[in-house]
Ligand binder design. Structure first.
Ligand SMILES: Cc1cc2nc3c(=O)[nH]c(=O)nc-3n(C[C@H](O)[C@H](O)[C@H](O)COP(=O)(O)O)c2cc1C
Length: 147
């Protein structure tokens, strides 16, 4: 549904941010292969399911912002959580939004040197720690979003 005269606003869109640790050794060719596979497959699937977002990595962790209807995001997240290419998957944020940050991308990608607050997260991390990690994930896409 769109708001009258404001078609760029949507109802029922959620934004999920999660992170996970790659199961491949940092900087090995297997890591790059996994990443290429994920990005390749995600373009088609995400476009088909009206999912937008962006993936980032510091070479050891993955962090991903996913936007779409609650059902589309939930279904995709269930697949992602089962994926053996990463482990220690943690949800950083799940919020209702009216404007997609990544409306131009089924899955954008940004490589960063570091993802502050992400590597140190654990299952018992506090909301404040998850919040800081979410901010550092979004920060990774700043150049892309401001372009
Ligand atoms: C960090 C990470 C991010 C992923 N993001 C997506 C995505 O945005 N879209 C997608 O279709 N698959 C994504 N995948 C791949 C899925 O986990 C899964 O392999 C794919 O959806 C196929 O699942 P299926 O064989 O159960 O259908 C991602 C995997 C990882 C490890």
């Amino acid at each position: 549904m769109t708001i009258h005269n404001q078609p760029e606003y949507e109802f029922d869109i959620v934004q999920l941010i999660y992170c996970g640790r790659s199961t491949k050794i940092e900087n090995k060719p297997e890591f790059k292969r996994d990443l290429d596979d994920i990005l390749d497959r995600s373009q088609a699937y995400n476009s088909l399911h009206d999912i937008t977002g962006a993936l980032t990595t510091d070479g050891s962790m993955f962090a991903h912002v996913v936007e779409g209807t609650p059902t589309a995001v939930k279904d995709l997240y269930a697949k992602i959580m089962r994926d053996k290419r990463h482990d220690r998957v943690l949800t950083l944020q799940y919020v209702l939004v009216h404007v997609r940050l990544f409306d131009r991308w089924p899955i954008a990608f940004a490589k960063v040197g570091a993802l502050p607050h992400v590597r140190t997260l654990e299952a018992r991390s506090t909301p404040a720690e998850r919040r800081k990690a979410s901010v550092s994930v979004l920060q990774a896409f700043r150049p892309l979003l401001l372009r």
